[in-house]
Design a protein around this ligand. Structure first.
Ligand code: UDP
Length: 319
């Protein structure tokens, strides 16, 4: 995720006549691209709750109106159906640029990306990964449209920062889960949870010994806001250092949802990173941020949302 922030925000509030929010802070007008998506919609909730105006830009490629419907009557909320590859002119104070299908299943069909994540580290040879690590990415692999797209986006962002003085922020987001994830996203947490609820075997790719570190969505949203509001450009790793193999994850999903759940091994996809775990020392020190929700606490919150949506789906109402 690249979070851009404009200069000269201070005079802008007066021009648009926006009123102060709380003590010592005026209301901001904030664009969230991809705001109808999984992470974006949680970020929008937080910004609306604290009193800001939010404009969401989303092409609904993977986002859903359902994720935002609770804001539709709020005069501080606007929603624009628009693809961020086309220009759009809006006067705003801050831009959170989240638009981008983040699942390998989705991005392989649309290899144009503007965001950054832990994938910039590729199949890492340094563990855990610090921001100073330059990564190990196969430039011609199936994942490279995503990995290299994000690496290029980081490059361009830093070029704009150095060359044109644009104020920027860069977050490298590690695997994130929570309510409102797409049911058919193809990510491991959503797959296992949906499979266990539907009483289907959980599909473990490869030997299941590869690791990921799973972050609950509210921790990520807190990190993005801390990054935007802070003084530092980044890049910052935003992730939960709790590291699990896919077999361990399957076990936790089984304990959480259905003790009779089974697993089924499937061939792994090409270039799948063997391990991934963020070193978050930099974010802790400079953003005063660290995740609060461990996997065993976050997973049940996601499960209740998934149960509701799967039930609705079964009743033919769609997800
Ligand atoms: N994975 C799995 N079963 C699934 C989906 C994914 O075992 O049904 C594995 C996948 O091979 C990878 C890990 O889970 O090692 C994380 O995959 P995901 O697509 O969630 O995220 P990413 O690879 O982008 O980290």
């Amino acid at each position: 995720i690249l979070s851009f922030q404009f200069h000269r925000t201070s005079s802008f509030g007066a021009k648009t006549g926006r009123v102060p929010v709380g003590i010592g802070r005026r209301r901001l007008r904030i664009v969230v691209t991809g705001g109808a998506g999984f992470v974006g919609s949680h970020l929008v909730d937080k910004l609306i709750d604290r009193g800001d105006e939010v404009i969401v830009i989303d092409n609904f490629f993977t986002g859903r109106k359902d994720n935002l419907v609770h804001h539709f009557r709020n005069p501080r909320f606007e929603l624009i159906r628009h693809d961020v590859v086309e220009p759009i002119l809006l006067e705003v104070d801050q831009i959170y640029h989240l638009a981008c299908p983040a699942s390998p299943v989705h991005y392989k069909y649309n290899p144009f990306l503007l965001t950054s994540t832990s994938e910039v580290y590729g199949d890492p040879l340094e563990h855990p990964q610090k921001e100073t690590y330059w990564g190990n990415v196969n430039p011609i692999g199936e994942r490279s449209c995503y990995d290299e797209g994000k690496r290029t986006a980081e490059t361009l962002t830093m070029d704009y920062h150095r060359g044109a003085g644009v104020e920027v922020r860069i977050a490298r987001i590690f695997n994130t889960y929570g309510p409102r994830m797409c049911l058919d996203d193809g990510r491991v947490v959503s797959n296992f949870v949906a499979q266990a609820i539907r009483r289907q075997p959980m599909t473990v790719y490869g030997d299941g010994k590869q690791t990921r570190s799973f972050q609950y969505v509210s921790d990520l949203v807190d990190g993005l806001v801390a990054l935007m509001e802070g003084e530092h450009v980044g890049p910052f790793n935003l992730g939960n250092p709790g590291e699990f193999t896919m077999l361990e994850l399957a076990e936790i999903v089984k304990e959480t949802i259905d003790s009779s759940a089974t697993i089924e091994f499937r061939p792994n996809t090409a270039d799948d990173p063997h391990m991934r775990k963020p070193d978050i020392t930099k974010a802790k020190e400079l953003l005063n941020w660290e995740p609060k929700v461990p996997l065993r606490e976050g997973l049940p919150r996601m499960v209740s949302d998934f149960r509701n949506r799967i039930l609705n789906e079964d009743e033919g109402k769609g997800n």
